[in-house]
Design a protein around this ligand. Sequence first.
Ligand code: IPE
Ligand code: IPE
Ligand code: MG
Length: 255
Amino acid sequence: MDRMNQNRNALSLDFDEADPAARLLHVAVIPDGNGRWAAARGLPRPAGHQAGVDAVRRLVEAAPALGIGTLTLYVFSADNWERPKAEVLGLFALLLRFLEEGEAFRALGVRLQVIGRRDRLPQELRGAIAATEKLTAAGRRLHLRMAVDYSSQDAILRAACRMISSLEISRREFARVLGLASHSGGPAPDVDLLIRTGGEQRLSDFLLWESAYAELVFSPKLWPDFQAEDLEAALREFHRRERRFGRVPAAVAAV
Ligand code: IPE
Ligand code: IPE
Ligand code: MG
């Protein structure tokens, strides 16, 4: 636990201290590679997304035991609207079914929340999001944030526009406004560890501000193949690293 706290972001912002989830690690995941997973099996892309949902379930079940309090998953980026309409609708249908498992999340102590724009989503999906958020609001074992129609640049821009009349604002205040701009209701702790599967090494407009000092782990595995053991390995890698936040190494400071 000490090690974990030591690894907490020293620049941590204004999150809800009363929430036990907020004192644990914040892990962000870019679950990439569903399409390639399906193509490798001669299957249509939706089959990859379907298998991807099973991998999400595995992740959610494994996370609390690994000291993860907040898990933010990139589900659908604002740029993913550029995909074929049938794929977009298929992704929304999967998300709808996932949200309908709200009772199972509630039983696991998971608080599910969706961040990102809501206004462009189908009405039925918006309703399901609101219902599942309400149903699981008391969950304290894991804060599961799903980023849907999410663009970090847009969120930063919207937050900046809201602040335009303020002459001087702190990072803390900006993070609060950014939380509102991303419809997250308020800031989560900064990201400690960001994992991207699928072999690509980029952020694709995900949590740019919140990942300022995140440790990055890139996995060559395609998302549907990602197992709880892979998450554990990423966490082990995270704990091996020394987070310095611009300071000198701890061993040097101790001299
Ligand atoms: C990530 O897998 C899931 C979403 C973007 C929804 P992809 O669909 O991007 O899979 P690849 O990168 O084409 O293999
Ligand atoms: C990022 O993956 C978005 C999600 C995983 C939801 P993409 O597959 O859309 O990212 P790029 O296009 O390879 O950067
Ligand atoms: Mg991709």
